[in-house]
Design a protein around this ligand. Sequence first.
Ligand code: FAD
Length: 465
Amino acid sequence: MATPDPSHVRSRSFWLETCDDDLTPRPGPDGDTSADVAIVGGGLTGLWTALALRASAPHCRIAVLEAEVCGFGASGRNGGWCSALFPASLDQLAMVGGRDAAVAQYRAMIDTVAEVGRTMERLGIDCHWAQGGTLTLATNPAHVERIRAHVTEQHRWGFDSSDDRWLTPAETMARARVTGSVGSAFTPHCAAVHPARMVRGLARAVEAAGVSVHEGTRVHRIEPGAVTTDHGTVRADTVLRCTEGYTPGLPGHGREVVPIYSMMIATEPLSADVWEQIGLRERETFADGRHLLIYGQRTADGRFAFGGRGAPYHFGSAIKDAYDREGRVAAELARVLHELFPITRDARITHHWGGPLAVPRDWSASVGLDRSTGLGWAGGYVGDGVSTTNLAGRTLADLVLGHDSDLTRLPWVGHHSPRWEPEPLRWIGINAGRSVAAAADRREARRRRPSPVLDRVMGLFTGGH
Ligand SMILES: Cc1cc2nc3c(=O)[nH]c(=O)nc-3n(C[C@H](O)[C@H](O)[C@H](O)COP(=O)(O)OP(=O)(O)OC[C@H]3O[C@@H](n4cnc5c(N)ncnc54)[C@H](O)[C@@H]3O)c2cc1C
């Protein structure tokens, strides 16, 4: 059993490097042990679940088992959007539970953003919270079409301009001086955060609440009533799997989700003069209308933290440290950032990193507990987990404690996504989908209309999401 090296963990992201926590691993269990609830994975899902369980059941004995240190995974590396975005469309949710249930799920996400903000304040975790909303920028006619259609669609479901609205080019420029902007959509339901300060603060709060947090503790097998770790067996009536992109590494879970790498860069801090010209005064998070998603935020220390998809899917759902950096994707991210904000051209790119997020076959997140086996899970958030993990944690706690609540009636509860295809089909399909999305973006950037053929082919690999 290897003890995680803090300097290795720190080098996984700009956020982990600057989280003001020495990242010394907490000790593993001392041989065989027992708990009421064993939680596998010390990311946001595992920690929010432990916090919610302990709040409702102060005597519940909970063990969090983390292979590296809490926040090592996506939770310590992400774009820091604490948003109301939910990883399944309203149409998908309505097919499961009907229209009202779909809307309830999206409303629960809006409430969750506020809940996360309140909890950070209550726990005294300074995660650099700034709820400035999100701008989805349009820089070509295809973007305008897609983004406006999204706003119209949200309104058709009963959301209104206080949730999503179209901003004219002038209104957009008043918020962010983006080259070539022809408008944007704005939603207030998103906060920019420092994700590693959030997840590491949460680990400390969970421990202070009486939860046993074991780091450097890899789980090799999950079965009803028991978890096998490299420190011994943990016996528990309830075992919750909160391993997100790493799930395929557990025996029996190889095709449940695929790990897709999202990559990021950070610039050096920019001067106040430069920010005066750029805008983003309220630290609005931003994306645009392309298929291969990009996302950014203005950090509390005045940098751009900017990310995007586009890294290859690795055969057999492999995860390796070497995949955390992709020179080609980093260069492309820098190019897009310079294109959107040319004034950043002279700024040094000081950091580049990435990490695996989890994509289920139908791109729909889920949470559930099988009462007959005591095995539960939450995940499949695609790129929308920062706030969704909080909703998942509160829901899992209600499920474990047998509480029938508004949360346990939401349509994602108990949803089972189909499994991914075996290799090599999976590798061929996902990487082909990525190439098609990139081709569609290049075509649209040349101001050509979206191609229905490309859109249809992409839908085969993205569940239309
Ligand atoms: C680059 C990037 C950018 C992103 N940007 C955003 C964003 O801006 N907004 C947003 O909402 N979402 C974003 N996401 C997604 C979001 O970060 C995740 O959905 C969320 O952090 C998932 O939390 P989690 O706890 O489920 O998983 P993770 O944080 O991945 O935690 C899983 C943990 O399980 C541990 N583990 C795995 N296997 C084992 C095992 N066998 N035994 C013990 N422990 C194990 C891992 O070490 C890890 O710490 C992004 C993701 C990435 C990678």
